[in-house]
Design a binder for this molecule. Structure first.
Ligand code: DX5
Ligand code: ZN
Length: 218
């Protein structure tokens, strides 16, 4: 479980099928699907019907990032809409352990995301239960933002906790990821790189994905 997860948030929503097929044929490992509710984050993206439509054409697992309040209400629905990985925010889940169990009971891989200001240490008691930790490297809500430099330090610390505890969760990083920060992110321990605008605003998205994957593998 490592590789590039292009974010469909930066795709052309009027040509979703075309863009999903491009990702199918590319070196992408996952398709990152950003769900925003206008409450947890100050933006609304899209919801269940669009996720389901993406899933109908996708040949890669859907990595669904739920930037929503009280995500438990929708876990079963997103699972039905094709989610393979469901990631909830630590900041949106007062009963995170229960929420993680819920995701696993639905047969999906469970992930937990952290906002930039939240230290990785708050996750100590849940690390043995999850498949993925998503480190936000921008404040969630919008694509195309600038990468926050403190993220390297945070990923290093999480990687150290993983080593010390002998855990096998993957570390994903999301926001402002591009070809220039890929090598250092990989070096400090990030396994899965989410990239939206860098991929979709490039001239040849498929080549860009391949270039990022190559940079990750050096
Ligand atoms: C931000 C989303 C990201 C976003 C990344 O809230 O979670 O997944 O699509 O976009 P870029 O790569 O453009 O920063
Ligand atoms: Zn995301």
């Amino acid at each position: 479980m490592s590789g590039i997860a292009p974010s469909i948030l930066a795709a052309d929503f009027a040509n979703l099928q075309r863009d999903v097929e491009m990702l199918n044929a590319s070196a992408a490992e996952y398709i990152h699907v950003d769900i925003m509710d206008g409450m947890f984050v100050p933006n609304i993206s899209f919801g269940l019907p669009v996720c389901e439509a993406i899933s109908r054409h996708a040949k890669k697992p859907l990595d669904v990032h739920l930037m929503i309040e009280q995500p438990d209400r929708y876990l079963a629905d997103f699972r039905k809409a094709g989610a393979s990985i469901m990631t909830v925010h630590y900041e949106a889940c007062p009963h995170l352990h229960r929420t993680v169990q819920h995701i696993k009971e639905l047969g999906a891989l469970a992930g937990v995301a952290l906002n930039p200001h939240t230290p990785v240490e708050v996750l100590t008691e849940i690390l043995s239960e999850v498949s993925l930790i998503l480190i936000m490297s921008v404040n969630p809500g919008f694509g195309g933002q600038k990468f926050i430099e403190n993220t390297y330090k945070k990923i290093s610390r999480l990687n150290q906790l993983r080593r010390e505890g002998g855990y096998d969760f993957k570390i994903e990083v999301d926001g402002g990821v591009n070809l220039s920060n890929t090598p250092r992110l990989t070096e400090v321990g990030a396994d899965i790189l989410v990239a939206g605008s860098f991929v979709f605003s490039s001239e040849n998205p498929s080549q860009t994905i391949q270039a990022m994957k190559n940079a990750q593998e050096i």
